[in-house]
Design a protein around this ligand. Structure first.
Ligand code: PEP
Ligand code: MN
Length: 336
């Protein structure tokens, strides 16, 4: 169960709610986020919803049987919109395109990308400075210095930054330079990292693990939410299957399922999802048709020279065509 509590709840009222929940055989846990307060009751069996609902200090109560609760549609029917400030938000009535290189390579690349984004009306740049690479000999990112340079350029061009955080100790260092913390596929179930991001007052873009199920992704999101951070964006980026004709199997089935199960925005990463440049466009458009709230794309001024993932990275010209088509597809879907 989820009990939403009033902002001005007293400790006596809270104590009383805890007692009644415990008497019903449920374990109560208090959760405070940036936006609200909740008491989550976990357990099985029935309880009298009116008995708890009528206690003072309670503003609402919901029966939620999902393993994940606060991210579930079972209590919050309306789509969540994540406010990024400056009139920018993700989810609900917005369609968002984020684009940028796989890895941040240096100021000249960032500047070219910023101008490209601005010319095309995009307001969020992706780009990793801490790169999870399968081989330790591959380029592993420009680190904090790269992020600081990226932030300076993006700030001047009024572009927000989404970039991957790989470990706990990076959160504080990165905080001032990041608008959205990305949790990569490899860290999708790094529960310590998720806990720590629950304490952060900035949105988190949470990618699905390579072999993660939809429910596991939602439970990972629940870690962040129940840690105190409601600002979560889910990302389908392909899963590993027996199929080897492409890098990953982009599971677009996940989009409508996630949107039905959760009120959080869902975006799709077709670049990593298929891993082949010429097929990024059709899969991006398919993601829009599947109901995604946005897409995240790898783009580069010269993909052949990209330090990483060039094979799935669009040139600026290719990307420009896709932005137009994706926005048109979104409008088409809305008007159907
Ligand atoms: C990325 O987006 O830079 C990335 C490494 O993706 P993923 O975690 O989905 O592999
Ligand atoms: Mn990449």
């Amino acid at each position: 169960m989820i009990v939403q509590i009033k902002k001005d709840i007293t400790s006596d009222e809270q104590q009383q709610i805890f007692e009644v929940i415990s008497q019903a055989g449920y374990s109560p846990k208090l959760i405070k986020t940036q936006l609200a307060g909740y008491i989550i009751g976990t357990g099985t069996g029935g309880f009298d919803i009116r008995r708890i609902g009528s206690l003072s200090g309670v503003s609402d109560i919901h029966r939620v049987t999902d393993a994940f609760k606060l991210v579930s549609r079972m209590w919050k029917v309306k789509d969540t919109a994540i406010d990024l400030g400056n009139g920018l938000s993700i989810g609900r009535d917005a369609f968002t395109i984020m684009a940028g290189p796989c890895a941040v390579e240096g100021p000249s690349q960032t500047l070219k990308t910023a101008i490209h984004l601005q010319d095309n009306g995009l307001r969020i740049m992706r780009g990793g400075v801490f790169k999870p690479r399968s081989s330790p000999y591959s380029f592993r990112g420009a680190g904090m210095e790269g992020l600081k340079e990226m932030a300076e350029i993006c700030h001047k061009h009024e572009i927000k930054i989404v970039t991957e955080v790989m470990e706990l100790s990076q959160i504080d260092q990165m905080y001032d330079y990041v608008d959205i913390f990305q949790v990569g596929a490899r860290n999708s179930q790094n529960f310590n990292l998720l806990d720590a991001l629950g304490k952060v007052d900035k949105p988190v873009l949470l990618k699905r693990g390579m072999s993660g199920t939809i429910d596991e992704l939602l439970q990972s999101a629940e870690y962040i939410f129940s840690g105190g951070n409601e600002k979560i964006i889910l990302c389908e980026r392909g899963i590993r299957t027996h199929e080897h004709a492409y890098r990953n199997t982009l599971d677009l089935n996940a989009v409508p399922i996630l949107k039905e199960k959760s009120h959080l925005p869902v975006i799709v990463d077709p670049s990593h999802g298929i891993g082949i440049r010429r097929f990024v466009e059709p899969m991006a458009l398919a993601a829009v048709m599947a109901g995604a709230d946005g897409i995240i794309l790898e783009v580069h001024h010269s993909p052949e020279k990209a330090f990483s993932d060039g094979q799935q990275t669009l040139s600026f010209e290719e990307a420009k065509k896709l932005y137009l088509k994706a926005n048109q597809t979104y409008q088409f879907l809305k008007n159907l």
